[in-house]
Design a protein around this ligand. Sequence first.
Ligand code: PMP
Length: 443
Amino acid sequence: MDQQSAHRPSNLFYLSRLRRPVVDRAEGIYLWTKDGRRFIDGSSGPIAVNLGYSNPAVIEAMKRQMERTTFAYRLHFENEPAEELATALAEKLGYLDRIFFVSGGSEAVESCIKLARQWAVATGQPGRWKVIARMPSYHGGTYGSLAVTGDGLLTDTFSDQMRVMPTVPAPTAYRDRDNLSLEERGLRYADMLEERILAEGPETVLAFIMEPIGGAATGALVAPDSYYGRIRQICDRYGILLIHDEVMSGVGRTGKFLGGDHWNCRPDIISLSKGIGSGYVPLGALAAPERIVKPVLDMGGFQHGHTYAGNPLACAAGLAILQEMDRLDLVDNAAKMGDLLLEELGGLAKRFPFIGDVRGKGLMAAIELVADSQTMQPLPASYHTNQKILDRAYERGLILYSRRVKGGVQGDYVMVAPPLIVTADEVREIVSILGDSLEAVAR
Ligand code: PMP
């Protein structure tokens, strides 16, 4: 660690008091610090840098746009990059072909909820306002997105009222010890949504929001296949909108363009962010079909205007990122490298009995750490095992991702989610360093 930078007083204040080495440059899936250390990024930052760092075509496109203009306010001028990016995204999103740009993931989630609410008002259903979320879940850090985030560690601080929205348990069917099959358990979790809707009063429920593949709160949580179709049926039965938060699972991460594309669950609105900006620019979006957007526009417009939304520089970068993803066939690479990653992580599970589950899709994978893999008894929260593993990996120059979560699963997972450009050798290197780190923690 760079001692000078570690102790220099700073005007910056940030999430944690922990001071880290200062980054110098980054390329591909690697970052270098000022003191000359090399890190391999096994988590794409916070599972965001899908394209990898310093892609020359993206940098070139950004330079070209910067020389013309970085900014032109949306209410004063149209801009070509925003138009072209919307067209390129719509081609990938099928029926979700009406796009609205924002500047990040939390804002994308907020905008989905606001669009849903305006749709309800515009279609004569003003009594619908509740957004049911899952516990645990992560949907963002701003007040509105926190209101649907199922994690007491993040919400309790602000007030008891912060978690105003109802929740249902996240579908952690792999943990359950009963005589049901996984598919039957999946249906049982979905049916809990129906019970909650009936308890709340269906006429008061606006939407159900879920991460199709759970991320920050649940570590690459994949529900049984049966869950997804049943959720869609239940939402349809009560006229409730299904919002998929694809901020982490979207844009090729899981080996399909959207995480939800692994199932036939046809959400009504989706949020996107991380991957579409890929660490180059702050960028987010919502996408919805015309049938949702039209009534809102007919009523006078979507009430969600932010200064930087759809700015030409962010959109020019976003367009170049999508083009590079296509040129390099990265969704396919994510699927192939993801299979290898899960296989390699499966090898670790054989070596370390405290790995209770290996899961994920594509390059959104995780191991879950348990006290007993037979009963899936979680580790005591006081062990901070996930943080110890992250620290041991960091010392060895590997970045991984985990968070501790209050509510439901203990957060004892470690996610492995390298940029989608990762090669087979690099996947093996990442898992080998993770293995050494697990060895160090087990000692
Ligand atoms: N939704 C999900 C599913 C996320 O994973 C995140 C970020 N971890 C967010 C929303 C919030 O995104 P941002 O940090 O860009 O505000």
